[in-house]
Design a protein around this ligand. Structure first.
Ligand code: FE
Ligand code: FE
Ligand code: MG
Length: 166
């Protein structure tokens, strides 16, 4: 940990680390939800959905990495046990037990909407207090907003396709 780097954080560092570990746990669960979703998904437009889910999985893993590095910079330890992801997670995990495209898209849209709320709160909380975490939270927020839109656009295409294939 860098002492000056921590000194400039104008908020309770322990509380901030706890919030970051919550987001970190969310990211791992989101990563796996996308990753396994891309494997099991079935139905029309499957190829386009697989491509999007796979790309989002990679993004969520990158987010986990960004947050882990920030936790370490702040003198904390990222969650070390996968079983603790569930304990700390704010957005949870939706198993793709119904592999139909529409259902998987809906589950992941719900996850993205939760992630958007999480990062909006982190952006607000760190604004003017911790510019480094603020910048990370803002970058991730931009990605999550893009993810939601991608999935909603796919859902729209899917519904349009159903409408005109009758
Ligand atoms: Fe993410
Ligand atoms: Fe996302
Ligand atoms: Mg995308």
């Amino acid at each position: 940990m860098g002492t000056k780097g921590i000194e400039i954080v104008d908020m309770n560092v322990k509380e901030l680390i706890a919030l970051l570990n919550k987001a970190f746990s969310d990211e791992w669960l989101a990563y796996y939800q996308y990753w396994i979703g891309a494997k099991v998904v079935r139905g029309p437009m499957k190829e386009a959905v697989i491509a999007e889910l796979t790309q989002h999985a990679a993004d969520e893993l990158r987010h986990a990495e960004m947050i882990a590095l920030r936790i370490i910079q702040l003198g904390g330890t990222p969650v070390t046990k996968p079983e603790e992801w569930y304990k700390f997670s704010g957005c949870g995990y939706d198993a793709p037990d119904n592999p139909f495209v529409k259902e998987i898209l809906e589950q992941n849209i719900k996850g993205e909407q939760c992630a958007i709320t999480t990062y909006k709160n982190l952006v607000n909380l760190t604004n003017g207090k911790d510019p480094v975490t603020y910048n990370i939270a803002l970058q991730i927020l931009q990605d999550e907003v893009e993810h939601e839109e991608d999935l909603q656009a796919l859902t729209e295409d899917f519904e349009t396709m159903l409408k005109y294939s009758k």
